[in-house]
Design a protein around this ligand. Structure first.
Ligand code: NAP
Length: 349
């Protein structure tokens, strides 16, 4: 690989997995970042990247990485910016170690998300929470997190409603893709023509992370948002793309035309700053009855657009809708890259 001095070198941890491969694919030809280091478990260490990674991303393998050898997590990392797609069992310690070494870590695991000093960010919603990096005084570097993949789609759909009408109560039923369960295994076969009404830890993550993301930054911490939220999570036989069926009770009455306008006109700092991974629009509103669908819509905006459709009024304060987002792009690697772009554009490194 030829080093491009104009781009910032980055390391991808967990590079062989489902999310790690997405990072590698999305960072190929990225205008600001260049993958220089790939790390994974001892099972993959010492092997050429494409021998170690069973490539499952529906995109060509970046040719420039063919010569890179995977190194074990824990080995010394040169890059100052690290994208972590590590399994939760090892993420906490590995990411902590990198932060102690002065690295800025963009984490996709659940390990650090709810720590008070760690920003949990969807860049269109709460970019100001990045200030929490200043309160990370126990280490030289920084840790910032992406929310859980379903939480990202949910909170992006809720944020415009929270700002305009206020949220009283939210109920969400998820239909989550197979790729959200990591690399396919023989257990994945049990997902064919089937629905599994349990994803370990997922309902709890949805029910706590949304309050932090939609909460108010208060200098040295976040005051959580206050509304009721109940989640039921299901794994369904879809390759990529999480669909969420949402019922929301607003604090103020809404009219259908203004509701659609509110979603359509939603954007944030990523769109204002024209960050490379920012979709425009951030939210695509569908008015035909059969949309959104994962197979048709998940790749819009490079997989970064969130979709809202099937919008139905039960009363002026109670609405039902369906939202869809790409779980390994917007819900993981793409969201993390957008967060790093925000950090760079706002002078965090
Ligand atoms: P995955 O496909 O199972 O990949 C896990 C990665 O972690 C692999 O690169 C694996 O390396 C590495 N790893 C596992 N055990 C390790 C160990 N003991 N030491 C060092 N590295 C180890 O999982 P994934 O779906 O990509 O998810 C990665 C992380 O992102 C998880 O924390 C997950 O919760 C989170 N996440 C996933 C999604 C999604 O939609 N899939 C969305 C949001 C967040 P080897 O290949 O060498 O074993």
């Amino acid at each position: 690989m030829t080093a491009d001095e104009t781009r910032i070198p980055v390391a991808v941890l967990g590079a062989t997995g489902t999310v790690g491969q997405r990072f590698v694919a999305l960072l190929d030809n990225h205008p600001w970042f260049e993958v220089r280091e790939l790390l994974a478990s001892p099972r993959s260490a010492g092997r050429a990247y494409y021998d170690a990674a069973d490539w499952i991303v529906p995109a060509p393998r970046p040719a420039g990485l063919a010569g890179l050898t995977v190194r074990p997590v824990g080995a010394e990392v040169d890059s100052d910016l690290c994208f972590s797609a590590l399994d939760a069992s090892v993420a906490r310690e590995a990411e902590h170690q990198l932060a102690r070494q002065g690295k800025l870590v963009c984490s996709n695991a659940g390990s650090w998300r709810m720590e008070p000093q760690v920003p949990l960010i969807v860049p269109e919603i709460n970019p100001e929470h990045i200030e929490l990096l200043e309160s990370q005084t126990d280490w030289q570097g920084g840790i910032m997190c992406n929310p859980n993949c379903s939480t990202i789609g949910l909170t992006l759909a809720l944020k415009p409603l929270q700002d305009r009408y206020g949220l009283a109560r939210v109920s969400v039923v998820t239909l989550q893709a197979i790729s959200g369960a990591g690399m396919p295994t023989t257990r994945t076969l049990g997902m064919l023509a089937n629905v599994v009404p349990f994803i370990p830890g997922e309902e709890e993550k949805l029910e706590r992370e949304a309050f932090k993301i939609l909460g108010t930054f208060a200098g040295d911490g976040v005051i959580p948002a206050s509304f009721e939220l109940a989640a039921q999570c299901n794994r369904v036989p879809v390759m990529d793309g999480h669909t969420l069926c949402v019922t929301v009770e607003l604090e103020e009455e809404a009219r259908r035309d203004e509701l659609l306008h509110t979603w359509r006109n939603f954007g944030g700092m990523p769109q204002d700053l024209e960050l490379p991974s920012a979709p425009d629009p951030a939210i695509e509103v569908h008015e035909d009855d059969a949309s959104p669908q994962p197979a048709l819509h998940r790749d819009a905006g490079g997989g970064m657009t969130v979709h809202v459709g099937r919008i139905r009024e039960r009363s002026p304060r109670e609405w039902m809708f369906t939202t869809l987002s790409h779980n390994t792009v917007r819900g993981a690697a793409g969201g993390s890259i957008l967060l790093a772009e925000l950090a760079l554009a706002t002078g965090r490194f």
